[in-house]
Design a protein around this ligand. Structure first.
Ligand SMILES: NC(=O)c1ccc[n+]([C@@H]2O[C@H](COP(=O)([O-])OP(=O)(O)OC[C@H]3O[C@@H](n4cnc5c(N)ncnc54)[C@H](OP(=O)(O)O)[C@@H]3O)[C@@H](O)[C@H]2O)c1
Length: 327
């Protein structure tokens, strides 16, 4: 039976209580028409501590019992990439709307299967690419769409930080989908696809850690009228900016471009800085959008569409084919 979400708070759940789950829960508590209702961990201790910290009513020490709880309206999946498909399918089949972390899954086949199951079950599914919903990013998209400063000729976007090689961390664990491309390279690629569309041609080159996860990845996306230079790295701190060279101005999303930040518009030697006065970590914006979709009975986002998620994973797959990165 379809749930009626119209006149009550959306009851959220979280699967996988790691680093990002804490940030998400912190921002969820700032949203009036939502509550953290249940959490699931593989560890009972972790689940009960997390539930206590963020005032969740229920906690589970395994994911499958959690998914059977008919009180849950929506789940945020915060497990490593390699678990996204399995965790998503389990929730969709139990009628729970799914907001699943990026990358949506490991490859295009997995993403297509998730979308098929969401459609079959008539349940809302969305990739949690939070950047799309951040006001500064929407501001830039609006400037570009309306060609306020003309067309974009070049995009330079990167995301990089130094992290000690440590295979106990999911970042470097190949079986969990580790490496720079899927974890952080997805953001510069997202910046290119959301502003320039799909490229006509892709060049890519990578360096590797000894276990075969990619340490860094350089990409050049070319279209008829624009070029995007993109880079991800776990070897060095990069500027983590996105700089759009337009016909009559340079638009700069300052560091870290994928998270709450400021925008600079540089034109005729003058620089204007725009501050968006963020007062949360930034995860509330995607949740507010998701809650509205759920209340309005939608099963797909009009911003983070299935088509966009499919383009994103197709592009990641293509880059992986070029750099010969196999999972
Ligand atoms: N949107 C963003 O800004 C952002 C930022 C960081 C990460 N992410 C994404 O969120 C996901 C999780 O990242 P994270 O940094 O939170 O990772 P993390 O700290 O390692 O947490 C992942 C959690 O997944 C669960 N898990 C299930 N199976 C696991 C396994 N075999 N090995 C390890 N953990 C397992 C664990 O929770 P339990 O022990 O509680 O079961 C673990 O704490 C990734 O897909 C990543 O791309 C997004």
């Amino acid at each position: 039976m379809t749930k009626d979400h119209k006149n009550r708070r959306i009851k959220w759940g979280i699967i996988g209580l790691g680093n990002i789950a804490h940030k998400f829960a912190t921002d969820l508590l700032t949203i009036e028409d939502a509550e953290l209702y249940a959490v699931a961990s593989r560890s009972a201790k972790k689940a009960s501590e997390f539930a206590n910290q963020y005032e969740a009513k229920k906690y589970y020490n395994n994911y499958s019992e959690f998914a059977k709880d008919s009180g849950i309206d929506a789940v945020y999946i915060a497990t490593p990439h390699a678990m996204h498909k399995e965790n998503t399918l389990m929730c969709l089949k139990n009628g729970i709307a799914v907001l699943c972390e990026k990358p949506f899954a490991m490859n295009r086949e997995e993403v297509n299967e998730m979308i098929t199951i969401a459609k079959q079950n008539n349940v809302l599914l969305m990739e949690a690419l939070w950047t799309y919903f951040l006001p500064h990013y929407q501001y830039i998209l609006n400037l570009l769409k309306n060609e306020i400063y003309g067309k974009v000729t070049t995009l330079n976007a990167n995301f990089g930080f130094f992290r000690e090689y440590d295979t106990s961390s999911r970042l470097f664990n190949k079986s969990l989908g580790g490496g720079s491309l899927l974890d952080i390279g997805i953001y510069p690629i997202f910046a290119a696809l959301s502003t320039l569309g799909l490229p006509k041609h892709i060049e890519a080159d990578a360096t590797y850690f000894e276990n075969g996860t990619d340490a860094s990845c350089d990409m050049i996306f070319t279209s008829n009228n624009s070029t995007a230079h993109l880079r991800s790295s776990l070897l060095e701190d990069l500027s983590t900016e996105a700089i759009f060279q337009c016909d009559s101005a340079t638009l700069k999303i300052n560091t870290q471009f994928h998270a709450p930040t400021t925008v600079s518009i540089i034109q005729n030697g003058k620089e204007e800085n725009i501050d968006f006065n963020y007062n949360t970590i930034g995860y509330n914006f995607e949740v507010i959008h998701f809650n509205k979709l759920l209340r309005d009975g939608h099963t797909e986002s009009d911003i983070m569409t299935f088509k966009f998620s499919q383009n994103l994973i197709n592009t990641l797959d293509t880059v992986r084919e070029i750099i010969n990165l196999k999972y």
